[in-house]
Ligand binder design. Structure first.
Ligand code: PLP
Length: 354
């Protein structure tokens, strides 16, 4: 089976982790600080705060911005559940605006209608590594005094006119093994706001300003030195891997037949966390056929968030037809940087038989 993702772990990663194991300092320490500095420089932000996952990056960011009970946060219904659940966990209510059919990202034209006096933030998701229309989203946010928290968990290095995602609002990244770079589990918050960075640091570590002095409620959302050591090495390799993903995507787009391939707008840098096509007729049959023939395609995501059993139980009755149709038609094909040309050819050949 050609897998949908394959973590790239080499000798450098092994050496870095072993060094930490022998150093005596395993939990959050100097390696985490170094990784944060490197990641902030990569995103073009002043600050970066490492945490234990993408989910805790989202939750910490929302809390650092003071979002909680009685507030509403506008987000995409077509995403991994954590984008919306992190809003629920603060006590606030996610409000879904439908997506654009071509980008699969929140449609800025549908955001304004969802704004009420309870709205505090917009949480766009750069799905599959393709940036949202950040200029429009920032304009709406500025006009209504809203915070922007970017779910960039799938979009390390993606950019709009050379400005990296995670530097428009407060950025949240995941380093789960399937992501474009990994620390096994892990996450990062990026921001240009010193106060938000400081609050995020407090929240991730029991609200502790000095050892055993606690000035805010907090959790243990810390990153370990082992994760940070992995992350530093992976971050150095990321640009090369991203180029390879782009080359693989271009190779597929030039050859695939029978499916609708991804479109990229001018000035938008897609990092192809996923290479996602549309198959308007019998997507599930196509998925099964590809899987049986050794192509590890997957569906991200077969049910939009507002239709998940949890959200139905919570009383969400939205009808969001573009997201619902996308859930029936999307299929992601392997695009990761470890693919060999024969594997790309076999993806093309199996898709042409659909
Ligand atoms: C869009 C999106 N948001 C949030 C997350 C949560 O990240 P993590 O799995 O690191 O908690 C993920 C990752 O799976 C994701 O893809």
């Amino acid at each position: 089976m050609i897998p949908i993702s394959r973590p790239q772990i080499g000798e450098e990663e092994e050496r870095a982790v072993l060094e930490v194991l022998h150093s005596g300092q395993l939990a959050q320490g100097p390696r985490v600080r170094e990784f944060e500095e490197a990641f902030a420089a990569f995103c073009g932000t002043e600050y970066a705060v490492a945490v234990s996952s993408g989910t805790t990056a989202l939750l910490t960011s929302l809390l650092a911005h003071g979002i909680g009970l009685g507030h509403e946060v506008i987000t995409s219904p077509f995403t991994f559940i954590a984008s919306a659940n992190s809003i629920l966990f603060t006590g606030a209510r996610p409000v879904f605006a439908d997506i654009d059919p071509e980008s699969f990202n929140i449609d800025p034209a549908l955001i304004a209608d969802k704004i009420t006096e309870r709205t505090r933030a917009i949480l766009p998701v750069h799905l599959y590594g393709y940036p949202c229309e950040m200029d429009s989203i920032m304009t709406i946010a500025d006009a209504h005094g809203l915070i922007v928290i970017e779910d960039a968990c799938q979009a390390h290095g993606a950019a709009v006119r050379a400005k990296k995602v995670g530097s428009f609002g407060t950025g949240c990244f995941s380093f789960y093994p399937s992501k474009n770079m990994t620390t096994a589990e892990g996450g990062m918050i990026t921001t240009g706001d010193e106060e938000i960075a400081e609050r995020a640091r407090l929240i991730r570590n029991h609200g502790q300003s000095q050892l055993y002095y606690h000035e805010a409620p907090g959790y243990n959302f810390r990153m370990t030195e082992l994760q940070a050591a992995l992350g530093e090495v992976q971050l150095r390799k990321l640009p090369e891997w991203t180029n390879q993903r782009r080359e693989n995507a271009a190779y597929l787009s030039a050859r695939l037949k029978n499916v609708v391939t991804p479109k990229v707008r001018e000035g938008y840098d897609h990092v192809y966390h996923q290479y996602t096509v549309r198959i308007p007729q019998d997507r599930d049959g196509a998925l099964q056929q590809l899987n049986e023939r050794g192509i590890g395609g997957r569906v991200y995501y077969p049910l939009p968030v507002h239709q998940q059993p949890l959200y139905r139980q919570l009383g969400f009755e939205d009808s969001l037809p573009v997201a619902e149709q996308a859930s029936r038609e999307v299929l992601s094909l392997p695009v990761h940087p470890a693919l060999k040309e024969e594997e790309l050819d076999s993806i093309v050949s199996e898709v042409s038989k659909l």
